[in-house]
Ligand binder design. Structure first.
Ligand code: SF4
Length: 478
C-alpha cells in the first residue's frame, strides 16, 4: 500500500524529469483478462482528466475489455475524479454510493478509483477505512500500471492502493482511445509549479513537466494523417511550456511548429497570464490555423485578492495583456475563470471584479464560489464572508457575464462562420460544433456532415449558443 502524502507532493527539487519512451507492453498473463467483459469509465473534471480517461480506456481495451455506456453492464468501473472544488467531491461520493449498491448484487465488479481525489491524503485515508470494497486506488502518476494492479487483486483479492506523491516523469507511448474521430487532445506538459494559493493541482499533478517537442509534433502529424481536423494542446499552464526543459524552445516555437504541420485547427488551454508572451501573440496572429480563441483566467479584479491568490499579476498587467490580445488578433474571443468569495474579499474587492468584467466584456466566463482545498495556502485563511453573501455576489456577477455573452453572440447574427460539426446536437435533427472562436453552434444537418468543417449562416442567437443553417462544406475527414 502506498498512500498519498500532501507534504511530499508539495516538494520541488531541481532534478529534471525523465521522459520514458519504452514501448507500452501489457503483461502476458493479463493480456486477455477482459475477454467477454465490459468496462465503463466515469470522468469528472477538466480536459486533462478526459484525456487521461482516453488512456485508461485504451489500456483496458488492450486487455480485451469492451466499453459500455452504463455502470450496470460493466465488469470494471473506473471513476476518474476531480479535486478542484468541494462539489466535485460530493458528486463522486454520490457515485460511490450507487456503485456500492450495484456491487451488493454483482459481487465480481472491479472498481478503480483514480484521478486528483486519489492524490488527496485524507480522502484516501477515509476510502481505505470506509470503502474497503473499492478494489484499486491509483494516483495520477501511474495509470500505466493498471494492468499490474488488476493482476494483483485477482491473485490476492486485497484492496490495492498505489498513489505516488512525487514530482513525476513523462511517459510516452501509453495507448489512447480517443473519444472523437475529428478533434484530439494533445498533452504538451503535465503538472504545475505556480502554486496559486487556492489550487490543489500542483499537489495532485506534480511539478511542471514538458514533453519533448518532437514527440508532440510527431503526435500531431500522425493525427493529421489519420484525418483529425483539430488538436487542442493541453496543460495546466501551457504558456510556460518548455521552461522546465532548459532548452531554447518555448510555447511560441511549439505553436508555430504545430501550425506548420497544416492541421486545420489548433487550440490550446489553459493560459496563465503571467507566461503569455508577445512572441506567442505574433505567432497566433500569423497562422490562420491557430484559432482566434484565448481562455485567460482572471480569477479576481482586485489587486489585493490577486496577491492573496498568488496569481503573480496585477489587474493593470492583466488589462494590458487583454488589450494587446484584442489588438493583435482580429475577431478574437476571450473567455475567463473567476472566483468570488475568496477569503478577505470585501464588497469593494468584488465590485472591482464586477466592474472589470463589465469593461472587458468577455465572450464567456466560468464563475465559481471559492472552495477551500485542504493543504493549500488559502485553506487556512480567515474567511468571514457568509455563504449567502457569496451566492449573491455570484448571481450579480453571472448577470453581467450573461449580458456580455449575449451581446457578443449577437454580433454573429446573419454572419457566416466556419464550424467543425463534431456530434449530434441535443436538438432533434441538428448537429453541433464550434466556430473558430469557440462559439457553440447548432446546425440543421444530417449525419453525413459529421466530421466536416462547414460554412454556416447564423440565424438565431442565445446566451450560450448560436443556431445556424448550412451554407457549404469546406473540409472533411481525410
Ligand atoms: S496556474 Fe494556478 S490555478 Fe492553474 S493549475 Fe497552476 S496552481 Fe492551479
Amino acid at each position: 500500500m502506498n498512500m498519498p502524502n500532501m507534504k511530499q507532493a508539495r516538494l520541488r527539487t531541481k532534478n529534471p524529469h525523465k521522459i520514458i519512451k519504452d514501448d507500452y507492453i501489457i503483461p502476458t498473463n493479463v493480456s486477455n483478462i477482459g475477454k467477454n467483459k465490459n468496462y465503463h469509465v466515469i470522468t469528472y473534471g477538466c480536459q486533462m482528466n478526459v484525456h487521461d480517461s482516453e488512456n485508461i480506456k485504451a489500456i483496458l481495451e488492450d486487455m480485451k475489455y469492451k466499453e459500455v455506456n452504463t455502470i450496470d453492464k460493466a465488469d470494471i468501473i473506473v471513476i476518474n475524479t476531480c479535486a478542484i472544488r468541494e462539489n466535485a467531491h460530493n458528486k463522486v461520493t454520490g457515485m460511490l454510493g450507487r456503485i456500492k449498491h450495484l456491487k451488493e448484487t454483482k459481487k465480481d465488479i472491479i472498481t478503480i478509483f483514480c484521478g486528483c481525489m486519489a492524490q488527496e491524503e485524507n480522502y484516501v485515508k477515509n476510502l481505505t477505512q470506509k470503502y474497503k470494497w473499492i478494489d484499486i486506488i491509483v494516483g495520477t502518476h501511474n495509470y500505466h500500471k493498471i494492468p499490474i494492479y488488476l493482476e494483483n487483486i485477482m491473485k490476492d483479492k486485497k484492496q490495492e492502493v498505489e498513489v505516488f506523491s512525487i514530482e513525476g516523469d513523462v511517459y510516452e507511448n501509453i495507448p489512447v482511445k480517443r473519444d472523437s474521430k475529428y478533434k484530439a487532445w494533445v498533452n504538451i506538459m503535465y503538472g504545475c509549479d505556480k502554486f496559486c494559493s487556492y489550487c490543489i493541482v500542483p499537489y495532485t499533478r506534480g511539478k511542471q513537466r514538458s514533453r519533448d517537442h518532437l514527440d508532440i509534433l510527431d503526435e500531431v502529424k500522425k493525427l493529421k494523417e489519420n484525418g483529425y481536423l483539430e488538436v487542442t494542446l493541453l496543460g495546466q499552464n501551457v504558456n510556460a511550456y518548455g521552461k522546465d526543459l532548459n532548452i531554447n524552445y518555448n510555447m511560441a516555437n511549439l505553436l508555430e511548429d504545430v501550425a506548420k504541420t497544416n492541421i486545420k485547427r489548433i487550440r490550446f488551454v489553459t493560459s496563465h497570464p503571467w507566461d503569455f508572451t508577445d512572441e506567442m501573440l505574433d505567432v497566433i496572429a500569423k497562422y490562420d490555423n491557430i484559432m482566434p480563441y484565448i481562455h485567460l483566467p482572471l480569477q479576481s479584479g482586485s489587486n489585493k485578492i490577486l496577491k492573496l491568490m498568488n496569481r503573480r499579476y496585477t489587474k493593470e498587467e492583466y488589462i494590458n495583456l487583454f488589450n494587446k490580445i484584442k489588438e493583435k488578433i482580429p475577431n478574437v474571443s476571450i473567455t475567463t475563470d473567476i472566483i468570488v468569495g475568496f477569503p478577505n474579499e470585501t464588497e469593494e474587492d468584488f465590485l472591482e471584479t464586477l466592474n472589470l468584467v463589465k469593461k472587458l466584456k468577455y465572450d464567456l466566463a466560468y464563475t465559481f464560489i471559492f472552495s477551500k482545498r485542504e493543504s493549500t495556502v488559502a485553506y487556512n485563511m480567515e474567511d468571514l464572508t457568509p455563504l449567502e453573501e457569496k451566492k449573491t455576489r455570484l448571481a450579480r456577477l453571472n448577470e453581467v457575464v450573461n449580458e456580455n455573452a449575449y451581446a457578443n453572440n449577437l454580433k454573429y447574427l446573419n454572419e457566416e462562420v466556419e464550424v467543425l460539426l463534431e456530434d449530434k446536437s441535443d436538438k432533434e435533427g441538428y448537429l453541433m460544433g464550434y466556430t473558430n472562436t469557440m462559439k457553440l453552434v447548432n446546425v440543421k444537418a444530417d449525419l453525413s456532415y459529421l466530421g466536416k468543417i462547414v460554412k454556416v449562416k447564423i440565424t438565431d442567437v442565445k446566451t450560450w449558443s448560436l443556431d445556424g443553417s448550412l451554407v457549404k462544406e469546406l473540409a472533411n475527414v481525410r
